[in-house]
Ligand binder design. Structure first.
Ligand code: GDP
Ligand code: GDP
Length: 455
């Protein structure tokens, strides 16, 4: 590599940067108006989160990627919901619960100017029960005079309160250093059980597509053990279901069965729950109601799973209701609306009649196999060499960037780093992705390609 203009350190650094698996998840929870969204903006370093949003406008996006001191993680923002739906304590508790469950560590934000309220105490009880690492953020300490207010929060019994001004940035660095102290390198939820334990499946989809019907169908008939296995009680909403001769862990099934009927904020809860389930899973089965047009909401849920880097299966439900005409239009819709995930295995099922429900398992297994595929460096480079020779990058401004070599930096999902002599355009990257898929499969998995350009 050295003679091609990359030194060993370059190459190793690029591989390490690209090679991470699923990122650990940090949840930011607290009462409304304590400054959660302001803090999340600060942490992700962009002014993209909820602060500009109007009250009552719900957001779809709840997870963001962040980096601090060279470490990457995800942040779940719980700021985007209406406080008066269930009564304040219940709503804070409900949103915090989902977020905490999906998290590897929690930042609990309290308004230091106001001090600890009963609602704060209610969240503290949840945090204790969950047993996840917590960093206590005493927010709105805009200057030294506020630090005494922060000290009062020792009374919450969560350890040292970190005085922070999310608005001005004061103290956020120290707080984030502490977050990194307690945040594991990889999400315990995904990796802790992945080794030898049951694979984790998230069954997701918009309301009424048939998630709970399908779950009942598969669990009802073949259930062996439900919940409360020794050592797994920490997460009571996951359900072990035996299917196709293997035990699978369906995550957040309580969220599927329990109908949270809310007028306002319902979309937000649904998004938060979906995001939480996706984070906890290795593979997402997105259920789509085949009897209706594919909606923007269906697409968003698919995108959530893809952006989270999970393996993906598309399941089209209510197949029993389809006539020939609908089947025709559905195929067209799938091409236009879901073309970007044409690589996902697809099953057409009916939760009502049980049609093709047995095909779910092979589809899930295919997707997980794609997700874990590792291409040996030698094979990858002979493939790249032939590809680049046969289809060179177009000449741009008199120059022709060339891909010199590549390596797979990680799996779950597969991540590649390509080393090139110049900027590789998006179109050519897509071409390479397409050819990689043709050559090596990767059915059911997103793949990441990053390009390192020689200085
Ligand atoms: P959330 O509901 O918890 O997400 O709270 P927001 O982030 O929307 O903040 C609520 C209000 O508190 C907004 O008006 C913010 O500008 C303000 N705020 C947030 N952080 C700080 C801070 O550190 N200092 C001061 N003075 N105001 C803050
Ligand atoms: P969820 O909100 O995604 O959990 O959806 P449900 O499982 O509650 O189903 C919503 C509605 O769709 C219910 O009335 C179900 O009986 C109906 N349903 C679910 N699956 C099927 C199916 O395969 N065929 C038909 N015809 N109806 C279904």
């Amino acid at each position: 590599a050295a003679e091609e203009g990359f030194d060993r350190e370059d190459v190793e650094g690029a591989i390490e940067a690209a090679g991470h698996g699923p990122l650990p998840v940090l949840a930011v929870v607290g009462r409304p108006n304590v400054g959660k969204s302001t803090l999340v903006n600060r942490i992700i370093g962009r002014r993209e989160a909820v602060v500009e949003d109007k009250p009552g406008v719900t957001r779809d996006r709840v997870t963001y990627e962040a980096e601090w001191a060279g470490r990457r993680f995800k942040v779940v923002d719980t700021g985007g919901w209406e406080q008066d739906v269930l009564g304040i304590d219940a709503s804070v508790a409900a949103q915090a619960e989902y977020a905490i469950e999906a998290a590897d560590a929690v930042v609990f934000v309290v308004d230091a100017k106001v001090g600890a309220t009963d609602t704060d105490e209610a969240v503290v009880r949840l945090l204790r029960k969950a047993g996840k690492p917590v960093v206590l953020c005493a927010n709105k300490v805009d200057g030294p005079s506020g630090e005494a207010d922060a000290a009062y929060l020792w009374s919450l019994g969560l350890g040292e309160p970190y005085p922070v001004s999310a608005l001005h940035g004061r103290g956020t660095g120290d707080m984030l250093d502490q977050v990194l102290e307690v945040l594991p390198d990889a999400p315990a939820q995904t990796f802790g059980t992945a080794v030898g334990g049951p694979r984790r499946v998230a069954l997701i989809g918009r309301p009424n597509v048939g998630k709970s019907s399908l779950l009942n169908k598969v669990a009802g008939e073949e259930r062996v053990v439900v919940n409360e296995l020794a050592g797994t009680t920490r997460d009571p909403v996951d359900e072990l279901i035996e299917l196709g001769g293997r035990t699978w862990k369906f995550v957040d099934t309580a969220g599927i069965r329990k109908r949270v009927h809310l007028q306002q904020g319902a979309d937000y809860y649904a998004s938060l729950r979906t995001a939480a389930a996706v984070e906890k899973a290795e593979v997402a089965v997105v259920l789509i109601d085949a009897s209706e047009s594919i909606s923007v909401q269906d697409q968003r849920i698919v995108t959530m799973a893809v952006e989270a880097g999970r393996a993906l299966v598309l399941a089209f439900n209510k197949w029993d209701t389809l006539d020939e005409e609908r089947r025709y239009y559905l195929e067209r819709e799938i091409e236009t609306e879901l073309g970007q995930v044409a690589w996902a295995p697809r099953v057409n099922v009916s939760a009502r009649t049980g049609r093709h429900v047995e095909k779910l398992v092979p589809a899930i297994e295919t997707a997980l196999a794609g997700w874990e595929t590792r291409v040996p460096t030698g094979r990858l480079n002979s493939f790249l060499g032939e590809l680049v020779a046969a289809h060179p990058h177009p000449v741009r401004g008199g120059k022709q960037p060339r891909i010199l070599f590549g390596t797979q930096a990680g799996t779950k999902p597969p991540r590649f780093v390509l080393f090139a002599t110049g900027f590789i355009e998006a179109g050519y990257r897509r071409f390479i992705e397409r050819r990689l898929r043709e050559e090596f499969g990767f059915e059911g998995t997103p793949i990441h390609i990053s390009v390192r350009v020689r200085e």
